[in-house]
Design a binder for this molecule. Sequence first.
Ligand code: PLP
Length: 285
Amino acid sequence: RIAYVNGRYVAHADAAVHIEDRGYQFADGVYEVCEVARGFIVDMPRHLARLNRSLTELSIAWPVTRGVLPLILREVVNRNHVANGLVYVQVTRGVAIRDFVFPSADTKSSLVVTARKADPAAGAKRAETGIAVITVPENRWDRVDIKSVGLLPNVLAKQKAKEAGAQEAWFVDGDGTVKEGGSSNAWIVTRDGVLVTRPAEHGILRGITRTTMFEVAASLGLKIEERGFSVAEAKAAREAFISSATTIAMPVVAIDGDPVANGHPGSVTLSLRQAFFDIAEKSPA
Ligand code: PLP
């Protein structure tokens, strides 16, 4: 495997950044994960636009000219012969002697890009049975709209899910509404067949898959309501699912050990999943 590290393509096994990198010292960095499907990088313009937003919010400089990054992503995907899998991009504030305040303006931000293959059949198989989620109290900072590499609450929540035999953890707000998963957005389908997902203006990451899902839903003639929903409403819903670049639409069949509807993947979720790549392939920036 080949990785890109600060201007060089190197063997993945030898790819390294300096111990004084601010990503390592302070989690002072941001990232993106794009799905690679049928050889194309899904929703790349949207991912790069969100990366730009994350960088801007944190006053981290672009590590390369913005127009060059798509070429690097493509190159890493090609060099690793990835037709189906993912490409990962991380930008940090760079290498500087450890000090909380920003380093001097001439410090170059760090850029790392990796890619790896994934078996598309594995996702399809998972979707046939669906996943279980647990709920955990929201304990993250209030800037989760920034895709920061500071993911310790997400790590702990997802580990707790794993130990409970589940595949995702949903953060629940003080008012009892579901925010999002540790690495995904949360959705339900009401008894009337309407999709419901929390507004992305505050308190969650605006998922790229979530955004594209609006187009997919429209193509299927499905309505979307952006509003909060409670855990109880999700359990009683016709369907529930998560969305992310790597899972697309993945049915949720159990929440905290209780079945969602009849405990089987729902047809709306599966049709969204089915239609997703056709729409994503055509979707504009
Ligand atoms: N919410 C969180 C906290 C995430 O980490 C992710 C993706 O990793 C998502 C939502 C889904 O975002 P996307 O669809 O862009 O992958």
